[in-house]
Ligand binder design. Structure first.
Ligand code: ADP
Length: 353
């Protein structure tokens, strides 16, 4: 367990306890107040009931307070009834008090469990968000550290080398520029991932136009590998933020081109299904193994073949960004893949009416 994790566990325990105690205090204050009010109302009710006689009968008042002298009737029968009544009221009050104490003890016992349950429920989403944020920061700093260290070491070595030749210096400079570009791309990706979608402008968007533009931008890269991009795009309009959708399509088509072998075909197909539009990007690349498949939408996740064969292009942020953008547009992105045959990424978005 890392230090950060231990700290989070401690904070989490402390917070849960504090919140649970607050909930318990509220429950007990309510329960105790209710009991006091109930006891007082019942006592007063009892007193009135026993000291009143039916209205049809002549009214006789029994003075129950033993501190006061008996004022009505001097006969002994009335006296004994009076003291019996006093005892009964006292017993009933005592029983009522015992029951209320027992009920409150029960409320306290269940209240402890309920408060902890409620505190856990309340804090769970907050803690999940905190943990996600701390994981995000640690992932980001981990990914940024490697190229930054490489950049520094390379330049330091060159700087203190008295025999450094101009050609070597130029190579080092070129490498430094490449690393700086990589850092720029990672930080741009991280920035996109941290945005919460408030800037999105959702409006009717024709899928065909956005796809054409994304394909046009990647055509050169596809041609370099003799890859054909085949589009089957009926006239479909979705409700989405134009820029987000363009970015998602670029990421998915870019991946398809990147991971497809030379001389293959990529299919981009659209169709409507109920109130949704489905957009599929299908390639004949290496496919994604079942061990990698659940993780490919995670930040910085790259399958081994991607690191080795396609190491230079990509930082494992594309699909995480695509997923976030599609979710912000009330859509969903899924993948099916067969190793050795290829992958199909499906984007689902709400149709424009
Ligand atoms: P990267 O920059 O590595 O492409 P992504 O987030 O776009 O990052 O993709 C994450 C991982 O998912 C890739 O490293 C690769 O292993 C896998 N992947 C994505 N698209 C495809 C595809 N079309 N074919 C095979 N593997 C893919």
């Amino acid at each position: 367990m890392t230090k950060m994790h231990k700290l989070l566990v401690l904070i989490h325990k402390g917070n849960t306890l504090r919140l649970a105690l607050s909930y318990l205090a509220i429950i007990m204050v309510l329960s105790a107040s209710f009991s006091v009010i109930f006891y007082q109302t019942s006592s007063t009710g009892l007193h009135l009931q026993f000291t009143s006689t039916p209205t049809s009968e002549p009214r006789r008042v029994l003075i129950l307070d033993s501190a006061q002298p008996l004022q009505t009737g001097h006969d002994e029968a009335l006296d004994s009834i009076n003291s019996q009544l006093q005892r009964s009221i006292h017993d009933i009050r005592k029983q009522l008090l015992q029951r209320l104490i027992m009920i409150n003890a029960g409320v306290l016992a269940t209240g402890v469990l309920f408060s902890f349950y409620l505190a856990r429920k309340t804090l769970a989403p907050i803690e999940a968000a905190m943990e996600a944020q701390s994981r995000f920061s640690s992932d980001a700093s981990h990914e940024l550290r490697t190229p930054i260290t490489a950049l520094r070491v390379r330049n330091e070595v060159a700087l203190y080398n008295p025999d450094l030749k101009l050609d070597d210096a130029k190579t080092i400079m070129q490498d430094s520029i490449d690393q700086a570009i990589k850092l720029e791309q990672i930080s741009e990706g991280l920035l996109r991932l941290s945005q919460n979608g408030q800037m999105l402008t959702k409006a009717p968007v024709t899928i065909e136009a956005v796809t054409n533009e994304a394909v046009r931008q990647l055509q050169e890269m596809a041609q370099a590998k003799d890859i054909t991009i085949h589009q089957v795009m009926p006239n479909i309009t979705v409700i989405a933020d134009l820029q987000s959708l363009a970015q998602v399509l670029t990421i998915l088509i870019d991946n398809a081109v990147k991971y497809s072998p030379k001389n293959s075909t990529i299919y981009i197909e659209g169709e409507s299904e109920g109130r949704y539009a489905l957009l599929r990007i299908r390639d004949h690349g290496p496919g994604i193994g079942s061990a990698d498949l659940p993780h490919i939408f995670d930040r910085f996740y790259r399958a081994d073949y991607a690191r080795t064969k396609h190491g230079k292009h990509g930082y494992g942020l594309g699909l995480a960004i695509a997923q976030k953008l599609i979710e912000q547009n009330d859509g969903k992105i899924t993948v099916t893949s067969v190793v050795g045959q290829g992958s199909t990424f499906t984007v689902r978005l709400p149709l424009a009416s």
